[in-house]
Design a protein around this ligand. Structure first.
Ligand SMILES: [Cu+2]
Length: 533
């Protein structure tokens, strides 16, 4: 794989074990990053399959392929898998695990064995979540939010699914702990805070949310399990409890969790733009602080999920105002991305194509977030397909498209091969067009009053649902084309040099793929990243 005088790549040195054991017992951050990458996309395919089945059911009013209760399990597992097994772990555990130590000039993360443990916990949680499909009295049918009191009363296998999410929470906490310590302790000499790549800042801000917010979800899910087995009454008004308490606890984690999902994606976008615009990033410090700002303010807006739950008018007004506030640091990032592209000598390769799509789709998702956060409109659209469209524009159009951008950008470094640029652009076209045909009609359907999570709908919604379902097939075609191109290129792609994009961050100074120790000598850093002028 490597020139004859280059050190052996991390693929060729698996430590004391051989074969598959050298992977599942590895403590090398690069191998753990790839273990996560493979498992993430297997779960993504399962989650996407449930999404396609839902769209197939909704292609026409009335029954199409499944019963109402099966449909309820489809959207529950689609949500649980896509959120807890794909998008929350997502970029940090895969691309983050692989590139964080390389970008700060370190040989590994602070706690390599805990890093491996976090992947074992992830797999345990994933297998338990899938087992909830086939065990007990039927797959869970509550939606991924497991709202009480229904999640306490339903006979379906909620306990196992909730326990799976509980275990996954620990995997996330351990990763957060590892990344915070790594950034504080393992930066190369000269790598001061304001010389760190901005992807590292985004992982750092995200890691703090993982450490501080996830325990709240852990205890909340534990309360559901205790309720189901012992009927203590935490969320049951007839026993002095309150179902609203569940909603508060759940969203106190789950809203900051949306920043665990989006801030690393923003970091990938910030990383790619200067390389393909050949310009220094505009407003380095503003972008670094806006990552921290989003993570911090994000802890105070959870009530915007409960405007129709009966909370007081005062709290509604406060949560609505705070929701607008959190849009400011996001706006700063969008402004700085566009300012960095302005007058750049832009080379539109696939990583940048996905980045530009991200900015476009994220802006639609972000701006509709303000419509959701406005009290007058929220009362009208809460619980409708408008909300479904909104979070798919932010989470799929945003995070997943940035994930695909990062995959193509760092593919040569990870695998030592180039992917086919022509095939990648072809796949992108289907992805982008399919995405908008699938999700944009949902804004209109929701505005017209079509509720989410309903098995059936009024005939007036038929046309747009048909269009949306056709969009899901075009999107699926794009995903398949992209995966085929990337998987094929791992073995058949043209050999990659160590810095094919002329990047300026440290990972591009080592061979492709990197040696097991990353650096022959720990580098001494004398300047910040993205120096192009
Ligand atoms: Cu929220």
């Amino acid at each position: 794989m490597q020139g004859n005088n280059e050190p052996k790549s991390f693929y060729e040195s698996g430590g004391p074990h051989k074969g598959i054991l050298s992977w599942i017992f590895t403590t090398d951050h690069k191998r753990i990053g790839l273990l996560y990458l493979a498992s993430l996309f297997i779960f993504f395919i399962v989650g996407a399959a449930f999404g396609l089945l839902m769209r197939l059911e909704l292609i026409a009013p009335g029954k199409t392929i499944v019963t109402a209760s099966t449909y309820n399990s489809f959207f529950t597992l689609h949500g649980v898998i896509m959120i807890f097994l794909f998008i929350i772990p997502g970029i940090p555990v895969s691309l983050g695990n692989f590139f964080l130590p390389l970008q700060i000039g370190a040989r590994d993360v602070a706690f390599p064995r805990i890093n491996l443990l976090s992947w074992w916990l992830y797999m345990t949680g994933g297998i338990l979540a899938l087992m909830s499909l086939f065990t007990g009295d039927g797959p869970p049918d509550t939606g991924w939010t497991f709202y009480a009191p229904y999640s306490i009363r339903t006979g379906t296998n909620v306990s196992l699914a909730v326990f799976a999410a509980f275990i996954l929470g620990f995997s996330s906490i351990l990763t957060g702990l590892n990344f915070v310590t790594t950034v504080h302790r393992l930066r190369a000499p000269g790598m001061s805070w304001f010389r760190m790549p901005l992807f590292v800042w985004s992982l750092y801000a995200t890691a703090w949310v993982q450490v501080l917010a996830t325990p709240i979800l852990g205890i909340t899910l534990l309360l559901i399990i205790i309720e189901r087995f012992f009927g203590v009454g935490f969320f049951d008004p007839s026993k002095g409890g309150d179902p609203l308490l569940y909603q508060h606890l759940f969203w106190i984690y789950s809203h900051p969790a949306v920043y665990i999902m989006i801030v690393p994606a923003m970091g990938v976008v910030t990383e790619i733009i200067p390389v393909f615009a050949r310009r220094t990033i505009f407003g380095y410090k503003a972008i670094a602080f806006s990552s921290i700002g989003i993570a911090a303010v994000g802890f105070f807006v959870w009530g915007h999920h409960m405007f129709t739950s009966g909370i007081s008018d005062t709290s509604k007004a406060i949560f609505s105002l705070l929701t607008f506030l959190v849009a400011i640091p996001s706006g700063i990032k969008v402004f700085n991305w566009v300012a960095s592209l302005y007058k750049g000598s832009i080379k539109v390769d696939t990583p940048l194509l996905f980045v530009i799509s991200f900015v476009f789709l994220f802006c639609i998702g972000g701006l509709t977030g303000l419509i959701n956060g406005t009290l007058a409109t929220n009362i009208h659209i809460h619980g409708t397909h408008f909300i479904v469209a909104h979070f798919h524009y932010v989470m799929f159009g945003g995070t997943a498209f940035a994930f695909f951008a990062g995959l193509h950008y760092w593919f040569p470094k990870i695998f030592g091969r180039m992917y086919s640029e022509a095939r990648a652009k072809f796949a992108w076209f289907f992805l982008f067009i399919g995405f908008n045909i699938l999700y944009f009609p949902m804004f209109i359907l929701g505005w017209q009053g079509m509720p989410r999570r309903y098995y059936d709908y009024l005939p007036m919604f038929h046309e747009l649902n048909l269009i949306s379902t056709i969009g899901s097939w075009i999107l699926a075609a794009g995903l398949i084309l992209m995966f085929i191109n990337l998987v094929r290129s791992i073995k058949k792609g043209e050999r990659a040099e160590s810095n094919p994009w002329k990047g300026t961050t440290l990972e591009w100074t080592v061979p492709s793929p990197p040696p097991v120790e990353n650096f022959e000598e720990i580098p001494v850093v004398t300047q910040g990243p993205y120096k192009y002028e």
